[in-house]
Design a protein around this ligand. Structure first.
Ligand code: IPE
Ligand code: IPE
Ligand code: MG
Length: 240
């Protein structure tokens, strides 16, 4: 274990809006696609680092419901990454005992991409180390609409009374059912907004916005984020 982490609390769930791939490429005169490829490499390494540090859950925003609005060229490049990157991720997950889950509406992806994602989830389901949650075609508002539809179906089927509806029940209808809320949210590249990510789940998370672009994010940056997190005074509405 890195000695910089001695005595620090490791957040149970770290969530990352990985942003800045396009700017990373632009700075180098490269196509945006190269930034995404480099971003995937950074992700592999950070998954391994986080797993070794004892992080329980690591979630990343990989593709939003709004990202379909990008150029056809860029969307195709991103789909190809989903298509071919699964195998690499499976290697990383297997080597590090990582269980992979996905949140988001995968029905909009091509059949072979859905199969690749399902293979990844199924092959790692018995891994007992860190859980890696990939948000793909994810949007928090879309998740709430899909979850509400399921909830109303169950209500119609007489599974519960209106008075029984609780916060825990609503959580159980979201894609993140069973996953603890993030303790720390990191958004790279200096942007300070949520862009429709985990609106319900981030209610009491600590936010950290480093300037570093995602492809340059590494173990040192993750340690800095954890150090910052340890300086925060989490309250959840109460006082100590
Ligand atoms: C994040 O990087 C990756 C995805 C949203 C898929 P961006 O592609 O948003 O990079 P910038 O914000 O244009 O630099
Ligand atoms: C949010 O980043 C989505 C992902 C990181 C996958 P964007 O770069 O798409 O968000 P905006 O458009 O800058 O808010
Ligand atoms: Mg961006």
């Amino acid at each position: 274990m890195d000695e910089r982490l001695n005595g620090l609390v490791i957040p149970r769930h770290i969530s990352v809006i990985l942003d800045g791939n396009g700017r990373w490429a632009k700075k180098r005169g490269l196509p945006r696609k190269s930034g995404h490829i480099e971003g995937c490499k950074a992700l592999e390494q950070i998954l391994e680092d986080a797993a070794r540090m004892g992080v329980g859950y690591f979630s990343v925003y990989a593709f939003s419901t709004e990202n379909w609005k990008r150029s056809e060229d860029e969307v195709t490049a991103l789909m190809n990454l989903f298509r071919y990157y699964g195998k690499k991720l499976l290697k990383v997950a297997t080597a590090n005992n990582i269980r992979v889950l996905m949140i988001g509406d995968k029905s909009r992806f091509a059949k072979d991409i859905i199969e690749s994602i399902e293979r990844l989830i199924d092959s790692t389901k018995d891994n007992t180390g860190m859980t890696f949650i990939m948000a793909a075609n994810y949007g928090s508002r879309d998740e709430i609409v899909r979850g509400t539809k399921k909830l109303l179906e169950d209500y119609k089927a007489g599974k519960f009374e209106i008075d029984e509806l609780s916060e825990d029940m609503i959580s159980s209808y979201l894609d993140t059912a069973g996953i603890p809320d993030p303790d720390l949210l990191i958004r790279t590249s200096g942007e300070q907004r949520l862009s429709n990510f985990l609106l319900w789940q981030l209610a009491y998370s600590e936010f950290y916005f480093p300037e570093v672009l995602w492809p340059d994010f590494n173990k040192d940056e993750l340690i800095k984020a954890i150090q910052q997190y340890n300086k925060r005074d989490r309250r959840f509405g109460g006082v100590k």
